[in-house]
Design a protein. Structure first.
Length: 244
């Protein structure tokens, strides 16, 4: 009986390893995501790199470029008008979040009214994070975590009375502070560079395909820790013991 239990345990581990494939090419259960990724010929502007395979619709891709769009009513201009150089990074961030089918390894369940899943610790390429921070350096903001703590009484986010507008650098002293804190650890700062296959690119040239496909594969396997083959080798004694 004990041996049989071990065999079941082995099978469960193998299943866990195999199940990891399901995190590849998938859409999170968010507010606007499609249920399955697929081709979207009409994706707009900065979201167009995802048109071969996307979790966003044409309509979402348009809204990603608008101020206080119907997506989240989010007001980028809460401390004066956000500069276009800075805003383009927030548009790209929205495109990645809404359109990418390669964030599976970092999807986590959440208990929130507006979504059932979120991303956590997505390893962002160094350049994407640093250029974002550099281009926003002369902008102002009043908050470090843009997910929570706003005054939504007017239907869009405004600075709460307890916070004042400050230069970007006072709120986010480094690129790492920006990328990790702004969306409560949705991103993780890395020193991996674009093209390294070890970090997710917010910006990419789609004429060479989507580089994040490989990155998701790498982390999906790393997440499994042990390959099914390694498990078989390690658990071979248990397997033998289970045989009559
Ligand atoms: C794409 O979405 C925009 C904005 O919602 C809309 O004006 C346009 O007609 C749509 N295009 C297609 C091909 O559906
Ligand atoms: C994308 O790559 C292609 C081919 O390498 C190049 O011709 C094009 O200018 C690039 N586009 C951008 C926006 O960098």
């Amino acid at each position: 009986m004990a041996a049989c239990g071990k065999l079941l345990g082995l099978l469960a581990l193998l299943a866990a390893g195999a199940a990891d494939v399901s995190v590849l090419n998938t859409c999170m259960d968010g507010k606007h995501h499609k249920t399955e990724p697929g081709k979207e010929d009409e994706l707009h502007g900065q979201c167009s790199p995802w048109k071969e395979n996307a979790c966003c619709t044409n309509s979402t891709s348009h809204a990603a470029h608008d101020d206080q769009s119907y997506l989240y009513n989010f007001n980028w201009n809460h401390c004066g008008i956000m500069s276009p150089a800075c805003k383009r990074h927030f548009i790209q961030d929205t495109c990645l979040y809404e359109c990418s089918p390669n964030l599976g390894p970092w999807i986590n369940k959440v208990d929130q009214t507006w979504r059932k899943e979120r991303i956590l610790d997505v390893p962002l390429c160094k350049e994407d994070c640093e250029q974002w921070w550099n281009d926003c350096r002369n902008d102002m903001t009043c908050k470090e975590n843009w997910h929570v703590g706003w005054d939504w009484s007017q239907g869009y986010n405004q600075c709460p009375h307890t916070s004042k507008c400050q230069l970007w650098e006072s709120v986010f002293p480094s690129p790492q502070d920006l990328c990790e804190k702004i969306w409560s650890n949705s991103y993780k700062y890395t020193t991996f560079t674009r093209g390294s296959k070890r970090c997710i690119q917010m910006w990419f040239n789609a004429t060479q395909g989507n580089p994040n496909v490989e990155v998701a594969k790498y982390y999906a396997n790393a997440g499994a820790g042990l390959s099914p083959w390694m498990l078989l080798v390690l658990l071979f004694p248990a397997l033998l013991a289970a045989l009559p």
